[in-house]
Design a protein around this ligand. Structure first.
Ligand code: SF4
Length: 354
């Protein structure tokens, strides 16, 4: 087991002996009480590495950023709280509740020990739990040659959180413009290496819609991710309390719906950004499909569900209930949208039914 060489700040809570997990995961493992709105269920155990000294990144939109006050383990990762549990409890509770889950995900943070601890955790989960496992990598803590080690240890999929559509926005929110350590080129190389090592549809790229980019730029990025053989896991920007973007507006619903639809078509090889059309402000005006086909996909509701790693026959096992918007304003649907949801979605995206 790796040894602790970190200097604790306020309390000694450190991976790999300790992990944070999403509130939804804690509810699924019966570690927290509660029911989700509309009985949403989670199918992926989302776990996050944690260290007393915190994440070395400084991303403008993240609740874990190092410049924010407070003990690291009390900071939330994204939108909802991420309580902390010891690894043995997590493994035991996962085994008890294994029938509810189709996947486990380990999220790395920017820390010198993150890779070593992740490899140890992959092996423990592979040997003791046996569910398909994804790693949300932290490229800054890794080299492209390390990607193969994740697969050899037992990871079945891996993803890179590029988050931003282009290099200038990446630099502003995560790189030198944010006094952060991340570099766009390295993230992109890591994604390409992941697609190569893990194979088609086994690599993912997290992208956030509503960070100041144009629809066209994000959609072209989604296409370049697809051209690597990877898929995009899309998020709607929602201001995280305590982050530097806490007062920034959430992504407009219409913008997110249009990009969700384009992502669905691109990732399922139903259309390509090259045959889509955009207006002078970069807003999509033609998805490259006959209107009746397009309406069929919209009516299915599938394009508006959470996009993430699959499992158990589901397009997305990692459905992150209400992870990018409150239940009163659902952005990524953790369940199939119902008829009234689809009507609302059409209204949000300005779709005119004939
Ligand atoms: S989509 Fe979910 S399971 Fe896949 S890497 Fe991202 S957080 Fe992990």
């Amino acid at each position: 087991m790796p040894t602790e060489n970190d200097q604790p700040t306020t309390q000694r809570l450190s991976s790999p002996e300790t992990l944070q997990m999403s509130l939804a995961a804690a509810m699924t493992l019966n570690l927290k009480e509660g029911l989700f709105f509309r009985n949403a269920r989670l199918y992926c155990l989302n776990l996050l590495l944690t260290y007393p000294s915190g994440c070395r990144g400084n991303c403008s939109y993240c609740g874990l950023q190092k410049s924010r006050d407070g003990a690291f383990s009390e900071k939330s990762f994204i939108r909802v709280s991420w309580p902390t549990y010891d690894l043995e409890t997590i493994i035991q509770k996962t085994l008890e509740n294994r029938h509810k889950l189709h996947r486990v995900c380990l999220s790395m943070i920017t820390h010198p020990r993150a890779l070593e601890d992740t490899l140890y955790l992959i092996r423990r989960f592979r040997e003791e739990v046996g569910l398909p496992l994804s790693v949300l990598m932290n490229p800054t803590s890794m080299k492209t040659a390390d990607v193969a080690a994740l697969q050899q240890a037992g990871a079945q999929m891996a993803a890179v959180a590029l988050d931003l559509a282009d290099e200038a926005l990446f630099d502003r929110h995560r790189g030198s413009g944010a006094k952060g350590p991340h570099r766009f080129d390295h993230y992109w190389s890591m994604l390409a290496a992941t697609a190569e090592v893990f194979g088609k549809n086994k690599a993912g790229c997290h992208l956030i819609c509503g960070m100041g980019e144009r629809e066209e730029d994000l959609i072209r990025r989604i296409q370049s991710v697809r051209d690597l053989g990877a898929r995009t896991h899309l998020f709607s920007f929602y201001p995280e309390k305590g982050s530097r973007l806490a007062d920034a507006p959430a992504c407009p619903a219409g913008q997110y719906r249009r990009v969700q639809l384009a992502r669905f078509l691109i990732d399922n090889d139903l259309s390509r950004s090259q045959v889509m059309a955009f207006d002078e402000e970069g807003r999509i005006k033609d998805f490259g499909l006959p209107p009746e086909d397009l309406e069929g996909w919209i009516d299915s509701g599938r394009p508006f569900m959470t996009s993430g790693c699959p499992g158990g026959g589901l397009e997305t096992a990692c459905n992150r209930p209400f992870g990018d918007g409150p239940p009163s304003d659902i952005r990524s649907y953790p369940f199939p949208p119902e008829e009234e949801d689809v009507a609302r979605i059409k209204d949000q995206m300005g779709w005119e039914t004939n």
